[in-house]
Design a protein around this ligand. Sequence first.
Ligand code: SF4
Length: 733
Amino acid sequence: GVVGEGKIEVRRTVCSHCSVGCAIDAVVENGVWVRQEPVFDSPINLGAHCAKGAAIREHGHGEYRLRYPMKLVDGKYQRISWDQALNEISAKILELRKASGPEAMYWIGSSKHSNEQSYLMRKFVSLWGSNNCDHQARICHSTTVSGVANTWGYGAMTNSYNDMQNSKCALYIGSNAAEAHPVSMLHMLHAKENGTKMIVADPRFTRTAAKADEYVRIRSGSDIPFLFGVLYHVFKNGWEDKKYINDRVYGMEDVRKDVMAKWTPDKVEEACGVPEATVYKVAEMMAKNRPSTIVWCMGQTQHSIGNAMVRASCILQLALGNIGVSGGGANIFRGHDNVQGATDVGPNPDSLPGYYGIVEGSWRHYAKVWGVDYDWIKGRFANVGMMSKPGITVSRWIDGVLEKNELIDQDPNLRGVVYWGHAPNSQTRGVEMKRAMDKLDLLVVIDPYPSATAAMAAMPGKPEDLNPNRAVYLLPAATQFETSGSVTASNRSLQWREKVIEPLWESRSDHMIMYQLAEKLGFGKELVKNYKMQKVKGMDEPLPDDILREINKSNWTIGYTGQSPERLQAHMRNMSAFDVKTLRAKGNVKDKVNGYDLTGDYFGLPWPCFGTPELKHPGTHVLYNPSLHVMDGGGNFRANFGVERNGVNLLAEDGSASLGADIQTGYPEFDHVLLKKLGWWSELTDAEKAAAEGKNWKTDLSGGIIRVVMKNHGCHPFGNAKARAVVWNFPDA
Ligand code: SF4
């Protein structure tokens, strides 16, 4: 339309306020973002936005945007130039490195960075010579990742927001989706119109609870007794899926015995305050309306026993045979828009992009991908010995400064921290964090807004804590609407954001700042070796498309190989080619648009999306579908819930439940073929070889063996996908 009769363009982007991934058409007039609309034919939005998403333009144009670099002088932030900021910051960082080694610096990334920025940041920290980095996902869903990855393989949501329309029953526990993920509720409300039952278990009567057919007020933190209470009735009434359990789960008999003995209705009522009749009703609703799904969010994960809660949810879904089917699954709603992607390819302290362990094989793999010599990278770590030692987690960096080193398993002597799009108000221990911030030599905050980190650093603290040499800087980052790149929604689906406007004020994109800082620190050339540079406001910026191509080339573990920038861009632009209703009626079908195979029933290209872009893999909308090829994210798994395993009680309520699970490829005959093909067979003992060839998954340990051997070679410790890629002769594996 005609806004002010200037030159009108429409740029397609993705909302950055939550992990649902609603697409937005941003209307730009003469380079100014003037209006926005939901993308009406996006299969995820269905023509809607929530109140948060409807105000996304304000995120770019907010009046409190950080406009230029600043430095804290006598308790007040003062404007400085970019040149001064970068020169002083890099000089200080190099000084700290000289005095205390590279691990004196700590780098906190962001779950609001694009995939390309997250990946580049892990590469940046690696080339700097450290594993001292982390990001927001540690605080929100790390309990989910370890809980589900140790149960069935991949650390992610198994199905999709819009797949919930295929559910016959949904149990929300620890999620207030109506407020936190509003557009996801749209799918649930559509489902309800078709008769889907909805159960909400929550200590608070929330807006989500207001829509429930059955609201269960459980005592806070009593999720495990409640879930096992539900399981009690499932087992008692013989509602479990016996064939499914026999085919796909190991140890359910142990679970059954444990639940029937420990979680009798009286004990469950005592723990959760929920009467037997209600728990029975929930069990009956879940069992008699299959496929049923379970939804959880931070209400489950942010407990000290979050792992165990996640595992209890997984056990319930496995008992009901709900994993690997459309309408079932574990729909785990992430928080920030790119928590999933930043975890998959970003700055984790214990893994390289794609969950490659920090072992020699992975470092060699990435040295090859990055086009640098392995010995050069190794040399960066030489004096600190951290190459195979995990860095500190974001919840623990303050212990490195306050010298509570017993809590972090190393003696890091942290002296400088870069908060790159992260704020401490999502963390606990605020008083100690303020003390740690004051003791630092260097604190750099990079953000589109002067965040709580910046405010906290400037607040007066205890005089005895303040380091007289401390330097604090604020650098203005561009928003995600002032650059382009991909983002991974909670359902593992990648979408592409087109650049809406040029970076406002003096802000620069995060990947431009990474490059400029790396230049000053002496490894700029290595960082951007594989990328074309584009000019933004007259300065060099690595091209996000090329960074994604590097991810495509290297990430064989969880399947980011098929989502090329061209394919994602075509996908975003051709949403309008879908008749969503027709496609939904047909099921998960492939549609041809502009020569690309697209799956129209859902949205985006969720990983695993294996193979080259030319293979046109449609992505995997439902994980673990036994009728799909393993390379299509399908295939079998064997969840292991043996109650006692190596002395660990897997069902303990103290969080140890996630310690002992064992994942196998589900193809015992595949394991030894794989090891032979990879040339690693000789590394097994005779007993292990016999076990791997025994093809009896119930008694052998071939899954465990393959995991250990592969980990030694830098492969994904649980997914085995890289090795699958080798076996199926995919390129660049
Ligand atoms: Fe944005 Fe989430 Fe709202 Fe969608 S549901 S518009 S992604 S905040």
